[in-house]
Design a protein around this ligand. Structure first.
Ligand SMILES: Cc1ncc(CN)c(N)n1
Length: 232
């Protein structure tokens, strides 16, 4: 079994929790509270900026030009293509995409990007690959499942979003990052493999946390504690 297959198996319960998450189920049903969608787009715009920084950090740790070219192409993809699913969500809520940019990240999303950047600055290229892989992999699997569920129904309000992530290009990117991770793991020590596994599992969990953050419209505002029941 390849290292990435082993990691995916280990994270299976987290992936299943993502597929069952009410935001993801809402994408399938074509019905999500609009505030949650707005919250998602605001945070995801910033998340994808951080994700491009991760590719930049991967370039800084690469010595092979074809590797540098791969990460450069991924930046280009996020900049110029991954705006389409955001535009689909903006159409659904009737808000201009430009009005949802440059907002501070809510706590869970902030934690996710800082978790990735920790590996970006302190980790090896293998740890960077492990930390970024759940991003394309979870969305690919969501896309593939949802397109099966809704079929090629272009009238579905989230058809563009779903079709985008179910596309062959997303599988190619995921497989490419998996291959790079598997190659790296072959020469890695047990200790480094443990660090890669931790990076992957935590990123998978933080993917779930991102959906939860959006659905609950999580913010930094302090919520007063509920009155505590006292017993005599
Ligand atoms: C949080 C998150 N994770 C993954 C993806 C898919 N690139 C995304 N847009 N946002």
């Amino acid at each position: 079994m390849t290292f990435s297959t082993e990691l995916r198996k280990e994270a299976d319960s987290i992936y299943n929790a993502i597929f069952d998450h009410p935001f993801v189920r809402g994408l399938a049903k074509g019905d999500i509270p609009k505030g949650a969608v707005e919250h998602y787009v605001k945070a995801d715009f910033e998340y994808l900026n951080a994700f491009m920084h991760m590719y930049g950090l991967a370039i800084s740790k690469s010595s092979d030009r074809s590797d540098m070219d791969f990460y450069k192409q991924q930046i280009d993809f996020v900049l110029n293509s991954e705006i389409h699913p955001h535009n689909n969500l903006c159409q659904y809520i009737g808000i201009n995409y430009d009005d949802l940019q440059s907002y501070p990240l809510p706590p869970s999303a902030d934690h996710y990007i800082k978790h990735m950047k920790h590996y970006g600055h302190e980790g090896s290229l293998g740890e960077i690959l492990a930390a970024i892989l759940p991003c394309p992999w979870t969305y690919l699997e969501i896309g593939e499942r949802l397109i099966e569920e809704i079929g090629h129904d272009e009238a579905h309000p989230f058809y563009e979003w779903i079709a985008f992530y179910a596309e062959e290009g997303i599988r190619e990117t995921t497989d490419d990052i998996r291959k790079r991770l598997d190659d790296w793991a072959e020469g890695a020590s047990q200790r480094e493999k443990e660090a890669m596994k931790e990076a992957f599992i935590k990123s998978s969990q933080l993917e779930w946390g991102f959906w939860e953050m959006a659905y609950n419209e999580e913010s930094w505002e302090l919520v007063p504690r509920q009155a505590v029941t006292t017993y005599e």
